[in-house]
Design a protein around this ligand. Structure first.
Ligand SMILES: CC(C)=CCC[C@@H](C)[C@H]1CC[C@@]2(C)C3=C(CC[C@]12C)[C@@]1(C)CC[C@H](O)C(C)(C)[C@@H]1CC3
Length: 726
């Protein structure tokens, strides 16, 4: 039973929610009146997303051992295909986990004094009640985290702003935990920033990130235009807000909250002394001495030396850049963190009734996603492109795509990918690369190319274009447009000495990774600049190798790019045969991707020491029940940590790696396959077990489609290798 139900916390009527999806993949939930709902049926996949009974499952097939691996893959694909929105081709799902995003939406609405629509308010609250830590009632950085000062302080504020009274049991428990953690004073930089925006803390107690940094010559490595896109975008807006010291008007409710979140009396706190006070439970990446020094110098500058005209000029510059970010992403911004901050800046600059701020109010609907436990702000505005690219590829690899029953699934997803390729550039002066030809992680509107998303989308499209079964839609995208994707991808490969041949996420590495020494976020690792990522490198290899099978465009350069990327991978492999994965958990995820990349250049268990070592590593982690189970702790601690129970997605990853590397010991693989089959319901469903993804080493995030996509691939590859063809 959900905690919110146990407590009798109000909820909306699930049957009245509708998911509106448009052809570019924007996902917006709408709550209807009972009358309107009568004429507007809930789609079946929306019922699945809400955990409502309306979802029509495929007809049941046999359980566990009775079915072959192929039948299990087939049944899994039948189930997953029902989760597609047939109009747009995407597979909408709640991309949740991070617990520091809802404050952005609720905080912005509070600053603008705009009431949150009632169904949204009720469901946001319900989600927070359901994610409160079962033991102590606090919240962490992500849903499955321990309680931290950051998570507990901001989400406590959020539930109070959403109307939960201070004497409610949820508030009482959270408050007690917050006080045990030392109170909101120990919140890290972003927590302190949001508290200051909400007038619950003072800007003098927040370490500075002045917009003046944008006035420095670009040649300097410290120039923010060279930082990782997310960090650049967050600190751009935060720099503006801190510089103008924006805080919303104090209200009686805020005065109450001021009395609740600290262990000291609010008025007695000298906030300027707490710039560096961070609860040690929260601390993942402590300040370096170098950063402390820089903070002291910049604080002194801000207080005593900053000429008014410089402040004004640099704020203008920051706002200009914010406007460009808004233009390039049509108000979505790169992700909900900077979106909310840009919305507050727009509120200050343009006013609450301006059309510009109004667009933000619409944009928020695209990142709020409803689910069985309530409504939350997602990590991005979805995972549309990524999921479609995988679905297409894995149906092909599993030998399913050509079956007429899946034609429309493939066709719809393919058309979505074709529509999603970038065909316009960013406005000049945005510090952005050329993007025409690239693909994003979510939607075209969001506007940011990602290396591996480009490569995986490209590969999926080539599969469809060259399949005899899909000749009628092969001209949906021209070969020339595929060549543009190659231009983007080749342009993203790193050429610096230590990361030579690798790929980062959104851009090439623009400044030394030593800048990480200035990471001020306290709770995240690897955020200051781009880093070389093995998974992004692997996916890029997959896209490039697949392209050369069919096309000759820039062939020599592509071959060289693949060669140096493979070399990078080999260099990055750890002594024990593993790789540290940054975007999925963790060594298992990275191992799978690397083995797939090796397989495309003819390196397998039998002929490559690197592939052999990688397989041996994976095999050494198999558990007695045949499954694999890596914990999120691996990502945090940088060594392999097993979780409590075997996990479907982890097992699929390991099996895929072993199969693609042609690992010879069949019984090992058989046991993994048995595990995957055993966890599948007769209707083809696999169930959520644990977050599959991670970012910045410390924050877990759920990829809801993975529990279908990777088992389908694993079972299908197994069937191709070992089962007699039908
Ligand atoms: C520290 C900050 C700004 C937090 C906001 C959250 C974002 C940084 C996260 C949320 C989703 C996220 C993990 C994502 C990625 C980067 C960081 C994101 C955007 C990328 C695009 C990096 C490359 C990866 O291979 C993959 C494509 C899987 C992910 C997708 C989601």
């Amino acid at each position: 039973m959900l905690y919110s139900d146990e407590l009798g916390v109000p909820k909306t009527d699930r049957t009245l929610w509708r998911l509106r999806v448009d052809e570019l993949g924007s996902e917006k939930w709408e709550y209807l009146t009972e009358e309107a709902a009568k004429h507007d049926a809930q789609s079946s996949y929306a019922s699945y997303l809400l955990g409502s009974p309306g979802f029509q499952r495929p007809e049941a097939l046999g359980n566990g051992d009775e079915k072959s691996a192929f039948e299990a893959a087939l049944q899994g694909a039948r189930f997953f295909s029902l989760l597609q929105d047939p109009e747009s081709g995407i597979f909408p799902c709640q991309y949740k986990g991070p617990m520091f995003l809802t404050v952005g939406y609720v905080g912005t609405m509070y600053c603008a004094a705009i009431p949150i629509p009632e169904p949204v308010r009720i469901e946001l609250l319900r989600y927070l009640v359901n994610t409160a830590h079962p033991v102590d009632g606090g919240w962490g950085l992500h849903e499955t985290d321990k309680s931290t000062a950051f998570g507990t302080a901001i989400n406590y504020v959020v539930v109070r702003l959403l109307g939960l009274p201070a004497d409610h049991i949820v508030c009482k428990r959270a408050r007690k935990t917050l006080h045990t953690l030392g109170g909101a004073i120990g919140a890290p930089h972003w927590g302190k920033s949001w508290l200051s925006i909400l007038n619950l803390y003072k800007w003098e107690g927040v370490n500075p990130v002045p917009p003046e940094l944008w006035l420095l010559p670009y040649a300097l490595p410290i120039h923010p235009g060279k930082w990782w896109v997310h960090t650049r975008a967050v600190f751009l807006a935060l720099g503006y807000l801190a510089s103008v010291e924006y805080s919303c008007a104090v209200t009686p409710l805020l005065e109450e909250i001021r009395d609740e979140i600290y262990i000291q009396k609010f008025d007695s706190i000298d906030f300027s002394k707490h710039r560096n006070t961070v609860c040690n439970v929260d601390l993942y990446y402590p300040h370096t001495k170098f950063l402390d020094l820089a903070n002291n110098v910049l604080t002194f500058y801000g207080k005593h030396l900053r000429p008014g005209f410089v402040a004004k000029y640099s704020n203008r510059r920051a706002y200009d850049l914010i406007k460009k970010e808004i233009q390039n992403t049509d108000y979505l911004c790169i992700a909900p963190v900077n979106m909310a901050l840009c919305a507050v800046v727009t509120l200050i600059e343009e006013g609450r009734d301006s059309p510009e701020f109004g667009r933000f109010l619409e944009g928020f609907n695209e990142v709020l996603f409803m689910g069985p436990t309530g409504l939350t702000v997602m990590g991005t505005n979805g995972a549309q492109t990524w999921d479609c690219a995988f679905a297409i590829q894995y149906y092909f690899m599993a030998g399913l795509a050509e079956r007429p029953e899946f034609h429309s699934t493939i066709e719809n997803a393919y058309k979505f990918l074709c529509r999603t390729q970038f065909d316009t550039e960013c406005v000049p002066g945005s510090y952005r690369d050329k993007r025409i030809g690239g693909w994003p992680f979510s939607t075209k509107t969001q506007g940011y190319t990602v290396s591996d998303c480009t490569a995986e989308a490209l590969k999926a499209i080539i599969m469809v274009k060259n399949s005899p079964a899909f000749q009628s839609i092969r001209n949906e995208i021209s070969d020339e447009r595929l060549s543009k994707a190659i231009d983007v991808l080749l342009g993203l490969q790193n050429t610096g000495s230590f990361e030579y041949g690798s790929f980062a996420t959104y851009e090439k590495i623009r400044a030394t990774t030593a800048l990480e020494k200035l990471n001020p976020a306290e709770v995240f690792g690897n955020i200051m600049v781009e880093f070389p990522y093995v998974e992004c490198t692997d996916s890029s290899i997959l896209g490039l190798t697949y392209f050369t099978k069919f096309y000759t465009y820039r062939k020599k350069e592509i071959e060289k790019a693949i060669d140096i990327a493979i070399r990078y991978l080999k260099k990055a492999q750890w002594e024990d045969g593993s790789w540290y994965g940054c975007w999925g958990i963790c060594f298992t995820y990275a191992g799978m991707f690397a083995l797939e990349a090796f397989s495309t250049v003819g390196e397998f268990y039998s002929n490559s020491v690197h592939a052999k070592k990688a397989c041996d590593f994976l095999v050494s982690k198999q558990r007695a029940d045949g499954g694999w189970s890596e914990s999120m702790k691996s990502s945090e601690l940088h060594y392999y940590v097993e979780a409590e129970t075997s996990l479907v997605v982890q097992t699929a990853w390991a099996i895929i790696g072993l199969l693609l590397a042609e690992f010879p010991d069949k019984p090992v693989i058989d046991r993994g396959i048995q595990f995957l089959k055993g966890k599948q319901s007769a209707t083809g469903e696999w169930f959520y077990q644990a977050p599959e993804g991670v970012f910045n080493h410390s924050c877990a995030i759920e990829y809801a489609s993975y529990k279908f996509l990777f088992p389908i691939k694993a079972l299908g590859l197994y069937a191709k290798r070992y089962e007699v063809k039908e």
